[in-house]
Design a protein around this ligand. Sequence first.
Ligand SMILES: [Zn+2]
Length: 411
Amino acid sequence: MRNPSDSHQLFEQLLGLVPPWSVTNVNLDTVNRLVEVDVEWSKGHEPECPECGRSCSIKDHREERRWRHLDTMQFQTIIRSRVPRSDCKEHGAKTINVPWAGPNSRFTLLFERLAIDVMIAAKSLKEAARLLGLSWDQVHHIQKRAVERGLERRKLDEIKHVGIDEKSFLKGHKYASLMTDIGGARVLDVVEGRTLEATDSLWQKLPEETRSGIDAVAMDMWDAFITSTKTNAPQADIVHDKFHISKYLGDAVDKVRRQEHRAFMKDDVETLKGAKYLFLKNPENMSDAETSRFNELRMDKLKSGRAWSMKEMFSEFWSYTYQASARKFFDRWYWWATHSRLKPMSDVAKLMRRHLDNILTYLRHHITNAMMEGFNSKIQSIKANARGFRNFANYRIAILFYCGKLELYPA
Ligand SMILES: [Zn+2]
C-alpha cells in the first residue's frame, strides 16, 4: 500500500472500527510473518462507563494488551491497544469495552468465531489447536467461554421429556450422569458419578420452573436415578424405556449363549462357535448366508434359541396401546421366562416385574434414551482425546460444546 493511511483505513474496515477508535499504526514484520495493528481511542472523546453507560472522563490508560485476530494473508495478525479506563462518579475506574473483543478475551470476536468453527470441524482439540496455531489450553479456553455464553442464552422452557443416563469416561474408570432434553435432542448437563447425590445435583442444574413442568423421564432401572427423580420432579412419570429394556434382554440372551457354548465346547461340539454376532443381529438385516446359518442352528433345540425367541417375543409389548392388555401380555411372557430354566432370562424377567409400573408408562409417553446413542460417537471422540480431560470440568465443557446445541458464537 502506497499510503500508510490506506492500510489504516483497510484495517479499520476489517475490524469494523468506528470513531473514536482508529488505527494509528500497522507494523509488518516479514521475518516473523506478523502484522501488528495499533488501535487507539482518540483523545477528547468521553468513554462510557461499562457498568452504567454514563459518559465519563478518562481516568487513565491500561498497559498495552494484545488480541489475536484472523490472519492476514497467512500473517498472524495482532491488535495492540492501550484501553482507556472511564472515571465514573458511581463505579470508579473501569476498563471500557472494546468493540473487537469480549471482556477478558485475548482473541478478537472474529477469531473466536473462526476457532469455534475449527473446533466443530476438527477431530480433536489438539487438531484444532494445531490448525489455529494455538496451545491446547488456549483452544480449551475459547471452548469454555463459548459454552458459558451458550448456557447463559439457553432457553429451558417447554422441556416436557428428559432422559437421564450414565456414561463411563476415562477408559471406563469413572461414571458420569447426563441429562438430555429428548424433544430438543440436546444434552442439558453432565455431572460426575451416578450416585443419588450426583443425580440430585444434575436435577438442580435445571431451574425449578423447568423441573416442575416435566411430564416424563426416561431412564434405566437404577435406584439413584429413580429416587432422585421422585424427589426433584415428583409430578413426572418415570419411564424405563424400550432402549434400556432391550439392552437387558440382549445381555441375558448373550449370557445364555455363552454358557451353552462353553458346555458344548467341553464335548467338542462347535455348534455355537462364532455365532455371537448372529444373536445380536436383527434377522431383517441378515444376509442370505447368515439367515441360512441361523436357521441351521435348530434354534428350537438350543437354549440360546429359546432365549433369543423370548427376547424377540417381548418386542410385541411395546406395540400395545392399553396398559391392561400390555400387563396381560407381560404376565404370559413372565411365566414363560421364569419357567424356562434359563436363569439369565428369569433374572431379567423378575427385574422387569419389579419395575413393571414404570415400564408400562412407556406406552403413554413413547420416549426413550436412544438419542444418547447418537451422541455416543461424538462423546467417544471426546473421550479418545481424554488427555486434556483428566479434569471432569473440561470433559463436561466438551460434551456441552458438541452435544448441547448451544449458541456458541460471540455476539
Ligand atoms: Zn458507572
